[in-house]
Design a protein around this ligand. Structure first.
Ligand code: HEM
Ligand code: NFK
Length: 284
């Protein structure tokens, strides 16, 4: 039937009685999800809801990123490169969404934020356990990050587990070793609770992969996927830094750090240094 009065007629079969059936709201636990936005400002500031939802949506996506990256590491461990690459591809799309999402928060002016910032106390994104877990699994291990989670034993235990597990890169290098590539033994036996440090002897391994891509397509593709992951991660960090600069300038952070100056230092970090170093060597 054609549309009449610019109003859509409902199809015959549309289910309407959910007294004993699973509904949208019950499957998604919407009463729990949608009751978790509780502004703390008094009187409630109009813009605090934006601030809360921006963070909560980020945490939801981080939950999926973590799920995918942990699975990807596991798939590499069992030599299932295809499954690992599929998970990483999904993570890359989530990262793009998260980076784009900063533009929503950028509509919060410094004046508006200053009107409710005081109510946030000492809370800060620095205390995000899921964010820290993602950093750890990508290889930016740092046990000094743990004490802020002492009052949250579950979060601390989750982080300790990831700290003591091989990172995604550790798993990739072990995979390459099993496939016959000359990955330095020091890397395969390294203390995985520490941040990965640049290993010059790994660069020729990647040079070989890049220069013989056709014969090593899986490894080559994985290298490029990891470069994308790092690139995307840095873009998120950069947008965070710019958002911080435009909302609080050079103020100290609520978490106690120097603020923008502290965040800027993270832009010097790298997860996969040899994958960037190999660029200099290619074609020479
Ligand atoms: C107006 C918005 C924001 C401001 C002014 C801001 C400010 C800051 C500052 C100053 C820090 C340094 C730690 C501290 O002393 O507090 C920090 C860290 C952090 N923030 Fe934000 N932030 C904002 C929004 C967000 C959002 C939306 C997220 C998403 C979850 C987020 C996640 C983080 C994370 C994960 C860290 C730790 C970064 C690291 O360890 O390098 N921030 N933020
Ligand atoms: N660190 C921010 C406060 C902040 O952005 C924040 C506060 C509570 C929960 C998450 C936050 N996001 C990122 O740090 C500030 O210094 O203004």
């Amino acid at each position: 039937m054609a549309i009449e009065k610019n109003t859509r007629q409902l199809d015959e079969g549309i289910v309407q009685d959910f007294s004993s059936r699973m509904s949208y709201a019950s499957y998604l636990q919407l009463p729990v999800l949608l009751s978790a936005q509780q502004p703390v400002s008094q009187p409630v500031h109009h813009d605090e809801l934006l601030f809360i939802i921006q963070h909560q949506t980020t945490e939801l996506w981080l939950k999926l990123v973590l799920h995918e990256l942990r699975s990807a590491a596991g798939w590499l461990r069992s030599d299932d490169l295809g499954a690992a690459l599929k998970a990483i591809a999904r993570v890359k799309h989530i990262q793009k969404t998260l980076t784009e999402q900063w533009s929503v928060l950028a509509t919060l002016t410094p004046t508006e934020y200053a009107q409710f910032r005081g109510f946030l106390g000492s809370s800060s994104g620095f205390q995000s356990s899921q964010y820290r877990a993602v950093e750890f699994i990508l290889g930016n291990k740092n046990s000094k990050m743990l004490p802020v989670f002492d009052s949250d034993p579950e979060a601390r235990a989750m982080l300790e587990e990831i700290l003591h597990a091989p990172s995604l890169y550790d798993e990739f290098l072990a995979y390459l070793h099993r496939r016959g590539f000359a990955v330095p033994a020091a890397l395969l036996e390294r203390d995985v609770t520490q941040a990965h440090q640049f290993e010059p002897a790994l660069v020729p391994v990647f040079k070989h992969i890049y220069e013989h891509a056709k014969e090593n397509w899986g490894a080559y593709e994985a290298c490029e996927e990891l470069v994308d992951l790092e690139d995307n991660f840095q873009l998120w960090r950069f947008r965070h830094l710019r958002t911080v600069q435009r909302t609080i300038g050079m103020k100290r952070g609520t978490g106690g750090s120097t603020g923008a100056a502290f965040l800027k230092k993270a832009l010097e970090l790298t997860f996969f240094p040899e994958l960037f170093a190999v660029r200099t060597e290619i074609g020479t």
